[in-house]
Design a protein. Structure first.
Length: 329
């Protein structure tokens, strides 16, 4: 069985971009693979977080994993900070990472741009992400398009470790959806939809009220051509809405084009709003049940135990390869 690992930051409320780019594939992959799905709280603190909000969002992301259909009996769901081996391997891999590699990371450039003081954690973020993945010797990493560069660095670090200290790490592959790998902002199709974007009109949050979702979709920017055609280069706004439609209604782009041939954007947007609301309503019902029942705490405890079993073995092996004296048991 192949191993799958991924994580989402509890840095805000999850968007439909997080769902389409990442979470939907978590749900798909759990049936045939050994899966580890984390809430990466140690990554979230690379930018300032309010403690109460971090706590709430961490529990919320875990509950959303369950509500979206990740079965805790199939996959380990856990908080990164519950498995201390992440931080430790993160440090070991930081020593293998070159400054130049980190300086080239576009996520770092985007998130540090224009800021007076930038935490060192934001800079070394990709080494911790590599540790997350390599700790489980994951084969596949389901992520959105924006994480490709981090995955490439993870692969390089695995290779570097293997050639320096002996073949040990699995070199992981990204698992990225063909359509919807980068859902764009509703008000600006040149920007990725992101949970930490302050402009609420740019995002569809998974926990948005359906009435709010309808309003956001009706106001979403489009071009003036009024032809429902998938062309991300020339028609990025409508193509983005088509990707959302395709994933939430589970129909192909070609079928959407055929259905709305000769029609203006109005009917398409109206149907899209209904599709998204119909998709999100049961997810929200399940989410509130999960939060009320308190089951998330049991799931996180069990998940952390499962993860720790693997993580401990790997970390010991890594240390042995690197020449650390291992403590007596
Ligand atoms: P932040 O704004 O705090 O950086 P984010 O919304 O970009 O957060 P992450 O926690 O960094 O979300 O990402 C979680 C997963 O969701 C990653 O696999 C990422 O690639 C994916 N993802 C995030 N935004 C999008 C998007 N707009 N389209 C597709 N996938 C996305
Ligand atoms: N960097 C990712 C979150 C993340 C992750 C991971 C994804 C942290 N560790 C391990 C996949 C595997 C992000 O910003 N979306």
């Amino acid at each position: 069985m192949k191993r799958v690992l991924s994580g989402i930051q509890p840095s805000g409320q999850l968007t439909i971009g997080n769902y389409i780019g990442a979470m939907q594939n978590f749900v798909k992959l759990q049936h045939e693979h050994q899966c580890f799905f984390m809430v990466v709280d140690l990554h979230a603190i690379t930018v300032p977080q309010d403690p109460a909000a971090l706590r709430e969002q961490s529990e919320s992301v875990a509950a959303l994993y369950i509500a979206a259909g990740i079965d805790p009996n199939k996959a380990a769901i856990f908080l990164q900070s519950h498995v201390p081996q992440h931080a430790e391997l993160g440090w070991l891999l930081t020593t293998l990472t070159y400054m130049g590699e980190l300086e080239r990371m576009t996520q770092f450039k985007d998130k540090s741009e224009g800021k007076d003081s930038v935490g060192a954690g934001l800079f070394v973020y990709p080494s911790l992400m590599a540790a997350d993945i390599l700790l489980y010797n994951a084969d596949l990493v389901p992520v959105g398009d924006d994480q490709k560069q981090h995955l490439e660095l993870t692969r390089d670090l695995a290779g570097r470790f293997n050639s320096r200290y002996g073949n040990y790490f699995t070199v992981p592959q990204p698992f990225i959806p063909e359509v919807g790998a980068r859902i764009m902002s509703l008000d600006d199709a040149s920007k990725k939809m992101s949970k930490s974007n302050a402009n609420a009109g740019s995002n569809i949050f998974l926990l948005d009220d359906p009435a709010v979702i309808r309003k956001k979709i009706s106001r979403a920017k489009t071009d003036s051509e009024a032809i429902v055609k998938y062309d991300p280069i020339h028609k990025p706004e409508i193509s983005n809405l088509m990707s959302i439609y395709s994933h939430t209604a589970n129909v192909s782009i070609a079928d959407i084009e055929a259905k709305y041939e000769g029609q203006m954007y109005g009917p398409f947007k109206k149907d899209l709003a209904e599709q998204v609301a119909a998709f999100i309503e049961p997810l929200q019902t399940r989410y509130h049940e999960v939060r009320r029942s308190g089951e998330v705490y049991d799931v996180l405890q069990k998940g952390a135990q499962q993860a720790q079993e693997v993580a401990e073995l790997t970390l010991n092996e890594v240390k042995r390869h690197m020449g650390f004296v291992l403590p007596r048991r």
